[in-house]
Design a protein around this ligand. Structure first.
Ligand code: NAP
Length: 370
């Protein structure tokens, strides 16, 4: 029986992964071992099995006795442990949600509804490291997998509206703490039917600019504002998040002629769904109904949302998509710029398709392959 180790199972991505694996009854047919970096001997997750106390996530000898290791622990852990475990000659499969190994030649970025052919070729050629992609890139590819498969995209510009969860659990809490402060400060005015919006705005702006406003994690107000900077600076003038659009899209698809992907990545006050406004340059003029069909048939999770107000408000918002696997694509239309230009808006849960789900699915693919 395959022996599979889980590291980072209680973090944000890890706990969503555990939830999905329990929902899909994945915990069968293999022997799971759970690890910790902080609580050796403690209690593991409730996955409906008798499991022994938690093991030390730095125990190379135990780790290297396993067939597959799944880690959602983070990049520092991968940097520390992955070289050591390969050094002792471990030949098992390493499945990782961190970005550390993503761009290595001997790793595959996994998003099987989009790149199953790349994954299959990787498995046959003996690749042993499988890494989840950047959440924004994965969600864009899920939304447009039909157009990519048709090979008709010349370039894409993606303007993103990224949720707090992409920055981590503390940031999600900080967003709500910020909202709470604003709500408290304006509550008397809100209760007064005679108060004006301008008076409320004055109170809110004062709070947003005050030194006591909770911004330890975001470094700036997000509630009542946006932050047009995600991750570190690159020499190109992009942020690293923006740089990943081109680099990861083309690695995931293993394109022969790289497709340019670029845009501005912006943090907004959504909890766990990223949204993207897309400008797509096609290599030809095609009727919109044909394009709609191609997009909708891209994969079973894509749902085309009619370009009208009622459907958009009902189906094409983070509030509607949160905690679901659905990838709605809407606001689809030709642009005035020219007949080969289309625009679309898409939303996706960045903890599901953006993080845990590709990891859950590659684990099953590798189990079936082994
Ligand atoms: P996280 O929530 O910070 O969890 C990482 C680890 O922190 C846990 O496994 C746990 O390890 C430890 N930890 C310490 N205090 C904790 C607490 N109060 N609750 C839960 N865990 C606690 O990290 P994450 O956001 O899931 O990210 C994990 C990796 O996935 C990162 O490399 C990240 O870049 C990547 N990723 C994240 C996202 C995202 O949206 N957040 C998306 C795609 C990829 P011990 O149990 O060993 O103490």
């Amino acid at each position: 029986m395959l022996r599979i180790g889980f590291v980072g199972w209680r973090g944000m991505v890890g706990s969503v992964l555990m939830g999905r694996m329990i929902d899909e009854q994945d915990f069968q047919g293999f022997e799971p071992t759970f690890f910790t970096t902080s609580n050796v001997g403690g209690e593991g997750p409730d996955v409906g099995l008798d499991i022994p106390p938690l093991n030390d996530a730095y125990d190379i000898s135990l780790l290297s006795s396993l067939d597959i290791i799944v880690t959602c622990q983070g990049g520092d852990y991968t940097k520390k442990v992955y070289p050591k475990i390969r050094e002792v000659g471990w030949k098992g499969y390493w499945i990782d949600s961190a970005s550390t190994l993503r761009m290595n030649d001997d790793s595959i970025i996994v998003l099987d509804p989009v790149n199953k052919n790349v994954i299959d070729a990787g498995l046959s050629s003996g690749i042993k490291a499988y890494v989840g992609g950047n959440c924004t890139v994965s969600l864009m590819l899920m939304a447009l997998s039909g157009l990519f498969a048709e090979g008709i995209i010349e370039w894409i510009s993606s303007m993103t509206y990224q949720a707090a969860s992409g920055a981590g659990a503390k940031n999600m809490k900080e967003l709500i703490a910020q909202i709470h402060v604003l709500g408290k400060a304006s509550s008397a005015l809100l209760d007064d039917p005679g108060s004006t919006a301008i008076a409320i705005d004055e109170v809110v702006t004062k709070e947003l600019r005050s030194n006591s406003f909770p911004t330890t994690n975001f470094k700036a107000p997000l509630a009542g504002s946006v932050i047009p900077w995600i991750d570190s600076a690159m020499e190109s003038g992009q942020t690293r998040e923006e740089w990943k659009g081109f680099a990861e899209t083309n690695k995931i698809l293993q394109t022969k002629n790289p497709i340019p992907v670029d845009g501005v990545c912006v943090r907004v006050g959504a909890m766990r769904c990223h949204s993207q406004g897309l400008t797509i340059k096609l290599d030809r003029d095609m009727p919109l109904d044909e394009l709609s069909e191609i997009i909708e048939k891209g994969n079973q999770w894509v749902k085309l949302v009619p370009n009208n107000m009622e459907s958009t408000l009902k189906f094409l918002t983070p509030a509607a998509v949160n905690s679901t696997l659905t990838i709605p694509v809407g606001r689809l239309r030709k642009m005035l710029i020219g007949p080969e230009y289309i625009t679309a808006f898409t939303v996706g849960d960045q903890l599901l398709w953006g993080a845990a789900e590709p990891i859950r699915r590659i684990l099953n693919i590798i189990i079936n392959y082994s």
